[in-house]
Ligand binder design. Structure first.
Ligand SMILES: Nc1ncnc2c1ncn2[C@@H]1O[C@H](COP(=O)(O)OP(=O)(O)OP(=O)(O)O)[C@@H](O)[C@H]1O
Length: 260
């Protein structure tokens, strides 16, 4: 277990002293994060710890004030979200960016098309193209939406929409997927379904998961990083994190930690 950064060329993504502040408020504070190829790495921490801000810096939506982000050995700190996605670093689409009156298959096909660099013109044709439909149908299968390929997005239940977001990201075949609270707003059944989809994906790509559902985190993660007030206080396996005294004190609380 390591509490601090160590250089390892096999790591897929590294941040070095990544810092973001809004005026006098420091939101991420010299964050050194290391993501190994193929691992599911959860980031946990209390409300306001800076988890979403960190994910947004990784995806390129928020620029850090200082520090660097390396992906596959390449410095991507100043790359646009779009170029990061092309390099294989994807964040789940927000459901607001889908077309509710199109089918799930068309929406995923359009995500593939957009990723491939084509224009959004000829929407009706996009869904008919086999080179788009093939990967789109496969991604829908991966998230349990195979039988809903012809359903309009507007008719999907909340959990199905979140699964569709995941399919749209998977269809672009990322090396690293950023997931910010994929279980948010889900009931227990949908959460379990999402957990099983993520379990099935384990090892096939690297995933950075921000999630408040500790049962999900401890069931899924290969490693966990704990962020408190913008700083990493520990990184380790679920067992190491459960036993870590500072984590128990600062975040999990002795009772909750022993229940994990
Ligand atoms: N644009 C902004 N301007 C000012 N402060 C901000 C801005 N964005 C985030 N913050 C502050 O940064 C801190 C971290 O926010 P962030 O959303 O990253 O935390 P989080 O760990 O994801 O929280 P939660 O678990 O509640 O989603 C919060 O105190 C928040 O108010």
């Amino acid at each position: 277990m390591s509490d601090r950064y160590s250089v390892d060329p096999s790591e897929l993504l590294q941040t070095r002293a990544l810092s973001k502040n809004y005026g006098g408020v420091v939101v991420t504070d010299s964050v050194d994060l290391n993501i190994v190829d193929g691992e599911l790495h959860a980031i946990i921490g209390p409300n306001g710890a800076g988890k979403t801000t960190l994910i947004s810096q990784l995806s390129g939506e928020i620029r850090p004030n200082s520090g660097r982000i390396l992906f596959g050995g390449r410095d991507i700190t100043t790359l646009s979200t779009w170029r990061r996605a092309l390099a294989g670093l994807a964040r789940t689409f927000q459901i607001t960016s889908v077309f509710p009156d199109f089918t799930t298959l068309d929406n995923v096909a359009l995500a593939v098309q957009a990723h491939a660099g084509h224009s959004f013109g000829f929407l009706a044709d996009a869904g008919r193209d086999a080179s788009l439909n093939g990967p789109a149908a496969q991604a829908l299968e991966q998230v349990g939406l195979g039988s809903k390929r012809n359903a309009l997005v507007s008719t999907l239940a909340h959990g199905e929409k979140r699964a569709l977001e995941l399919a749209m990201a998977l269809a672009t075949q990322p090396r690293l997927l950023l997931l910010d609270e994929p279980m948010a707003g889900m009931g227990p059944e949908d959460s379990l379904r999402m957990i099983s989809h993520l379990l099935a994906l384990k090892g096939r790509l690297a995933i950075v998961l921000v999630e408040h559902d500790m049962d999900a985190v401890f069931a899924l993660a290969d490693r966990i990083t704990v962020l408190v007030r913008g700083r990493i206080i520990a990184t380790g396996t679920p067992d190491e994190i459960r036993a870590h005294p500072e984590v128990r004190k600062a975040y999990l609380g002795t009772e909750e930690a022993s229940a994990c």
